[in-house]
Design a protein around this ligand. Structure first.
Ligand SMILES: Cc1cc2nc3c(=O)[nH]c(=O)nc-3n(C[C@H](O)[C@H](O)[C@H](O)COP(=O)(O)O)c2cc1C
Length: 237
């Protein structure tokens, strides 16, 4: 069976620096796993308006944001097609950049796919790049991992010695700084390979199941009725 896997990498830096390099390196390592292709979204220079919670995407049941015709429009289909995600952000005040936060918040139109079980078989891995050695990489990784948790995705770590993702110290020297952080870059490559491998195992496993699993079960409910009751209770349109 020839199953193709698509891994999407996103760099949340507003410039060509260390993060872009790290995400590209993770994607390169993802292709160590056979059958894997990659796509890269660079948020540098992109116009992404912050979410204003108008809820039009939910009320009108759209899988895109109808309020702003900015660069976000280009991404919804790519995101829905991906099997695994590598999110990389510079550390800004021990958190993700405004660009990354706006990007993640604007994925609200795809929230409905949680109840379809869509995200349950997707995989996420995180990379945080700080200018200081201990400048908040862990808290930034947590913010990125929390996005994955919100969707119900499976989250991979940065390996045995990098528990919640890849923490890189750029020493404020852009790409060159990241290159000099050997341990950080090892974790970056591990995140790339692990996202691809687990995404492949999940996709191949799903395709080989003798009985197809409906979305409600993938989302963790015992049946569709139980899920419908929960939606009724928690989703206010
Ligand atoms: C507004 C701002 C806030 C920053 N805050 C932090 C921080 O809290 N901790 C840290 O280690 N580095 C911080 N930095 C430095 C960047 O995280 C660091 O240079 C990073 O490698 C930039 O990534 P890039 O080269 O991909 O743009 C900050 C930089 C800026 C511009």
């Amino acid at each position: 069976m020839n199953i193709q896997i698509k891994i999407l990498g996103v760099s949340g830096s507003p410039r060509k620096g260390a993060t872009q390099y790290c995400v590209r390196e993770a994607l390169l390592s993802a292709t160590d796993i056979s059958g894997v292709s990659t796509e890269f979204i660079d948020l540098k220079g992109k116009e992404i308006h912050p979410c204003i919670h108008c809820n039009r995407c939910i009320k009108e049941q759209l899988n895109y944001c109808p309020t702003f015709t900015d660069n976000m429009r280009d991404y919804y289909d790519i995101i829905l097609e991906a099997d695994g995600f590598i999110l990389g952000s510079p550390v800004y005040q021990m958190n993700v950049t405004a660009q990354m936060q706006a990007f993640l918040n604007r994925l609200r139109p795809l929230g409905g796919y949680i109840t379809k079980g869509h995200w349950a078989t997707k995989v996420g891995g995180a990379i945080a790049v700080g200018g200081t050695r201990n400048g908040g990489q862990e808290t930034t990784l947590e913010a990125l991992d929390n996005f994955f948790f919100c969707t119900g995705m499976t989250v991979v770590s940065g390996g045995i010695f990098a528990y919640n993702g890849a923490a890189v110290w750029s020493n404020d020297k852009k790409e060159q700084g990241a290159k000099e952080d050997n341990e950080g870059m090892d974790s970056v490559r591990i995140v790339g390979r692990r996202v691809a491998l687990i995404a492949k195992i999940l996709k191949v496993g799903l395709a080989n199941l003798t009985e197809p699993i409906e979305g409600a079960i993938l989302a963790g409910f015992s049946n569709q009725k139980e899920l419908d009751r929960r939606i009724e209770k928690f989703v206010h349109r």
